[in-house]
Design a protein around this ligand. Structure first.
Ligand code: ZN
Length: 397
């Protein structure tokens, strides 16, 4: 079956024309519900069972779990073990900079085998790719389900992926065995990435006239202790953990910004520091936060001062799919390339934590993501469809 490019472009233009910006700034945040409804229609029209899961009790935010089940009923009885292949993508996009786009970001514009539009590569283009890939299998007797998963808020809180971890959004997803997260990797297989956390530390001291230090409690002085401690902690982490699969092969901590005080002759009453943590597979963000909190408690007691740490978002743990797993070997053979690591975080660790073997692999390049005039290279679509079809044949037939 040859690739129907005009259907692909028609479907992508529908998705692009349905805005779904997610943003930590509530004025820009839109929700993704309209995209979810659109996808639910596409997939239910071709025989999928669709399950829409509201996210964060917000009617504008949802996940879609669309399942094409084996035709025999009671497939769960016949296959008590895990089974099924998930094609997963997020439906939200980042905001855009109006002035820097050549064309309307919500109107798909095709030029020279490139389809331009907000979210075209990251990652609305994955859904019509999946839609095209499953066409030849709609009337085939499946042994395991094909599941299309579409999530909310990947670009901000990952609350959509988080919601999947809640009790049973869908039987098929709970039992799924394999997953492709279709982020734009130019169809290179990615089996690991670092985790990320962003934290703030706020020290509440007491201001006063600088001529007499006993009149206050200097938050900036204490922040110096905190930073010294954090740098020591970072050094320890980097001595204890390393991973040859990453270009930067140790965990990192970047002290990103600091704000405090107002005047040279006033005791600094308040100081705040923000930093990020980038973890390696096997490290838990929560454990690191606990370690940091213990140190902060010690410094606070010593200085009789209030120190609060807050996570700026929940964070995403690092992800690693075992290099020796059948799934990795199969995909590497299919694409003729070894799997790799990337520097950006994805929803993969959430699916992995649900017991699936996961790879990140999709058409389009991350180089065009989060950019004005974002586009997906249409030449990548047909090879992507072929790869997805090979996976369906291997794991669902
Ligand atoms: Zn993305």
């Amino acid at each position: 079956m040859t690739f129907n490019q005009s259907l692909f472009c028609e479907q992508l233009s529908q998705l692009v024309a349905t805005p779904s910006i997610s943003c930590t700034n509530p004025n820009l945040d839109m929700g993704n519900r309209d995209v979810i409804d659109l996808l639910a229609n596409w997939f239910s029209d071709i025989g999928f069972t669709v399950d829409i899961q509201t996210v964060d009790n917000n009617p504008q935010k949802a996940n879609l779990i669309a399942t094409l089940s084996p035709r025999e009923s009671n497939s769960s009885e016949q296959h008590p073990q895990r089974g099924g292949l998930v094609f997963s993508g997020h439906t939200d996009t980042v905001p855009y900079d109006d002035m820097r786009w050549t064309h309307d970001p919500f109107t798909l514009h095709i030029n020279n085998d490139r389809a331009f539009g907000l979210g075209a590569t990251d990652m609305k283009g994955f859904f019509p790719t999946v839609y095209a890939a499953i066409q030849p299998f709609l009337d085939k007797p499946l042994l395991e389900p094909i599941i299309v998963l579409a999530t909310a808020d990947e670009e901000t809180s990952m609350s959509g992926a988080r919601a999947l971890m809640n009790p049973s959004p869908s039987q098929s997803l709970q039992k799924a065995r394999y997953a492709i997260v279709g982020e734009p990797t130019s169809m290179q297989a990615i089996r690991m990435h670092k985790g990320i956390g962003m934290e703030s530390i706020r020290i509440q001291g007491k201001s006063g006239h600088s001529s007499d230090p006993s009149l206050g409690n200097n938050a900036l002085d204490v922040m110096h202790d905190v930073i010294t401690d954090l740098k020591h902690f970072r050094q320890q982490l980097q001595q204890r953990h390393s991973h040859p699969g990453f270009v930067i092969d140790v965990p990192t901590m970047n002290l990103g910004c600091i704000h405090g005080g107002d005047n040279p002759n006033r005791i600094c009453g308040q100081c705040e520091l923000e930093f990020d943590l980038r973890t390696l597979p096997g490290m838990s963000l929560d454990d690191l936060r606990d370690d940091i909190d213990q140190q902060l408690t010690r410094i606070a007691e010593k200085n009789q001062i209030i120190i609060e740490r807050e996570s700026l978002f929940e964070g995403v743990n690092a992800f690693e799919q075992d290099a020796d797993s059948d799934f990795v070997r199969t995909v590497e053979k299919l694409i003729g390339q070894e799997s790799q690591s990337v520097a950006f975080a994805t929803e993969a660790p959430f699916l992995h934590a649900m017991g699936m073997d996961v790879l990140v692999m999709g058409p389009g390049s991350i180089d065009q993501a989060h950019q004005p005039d974002e586009y997906i290279d249409l030449k990548q679509i047909e090879p992507a469809i072929n790869t997805l079809q090979s996976l369906i044949k291997k794991y669902c037939l």
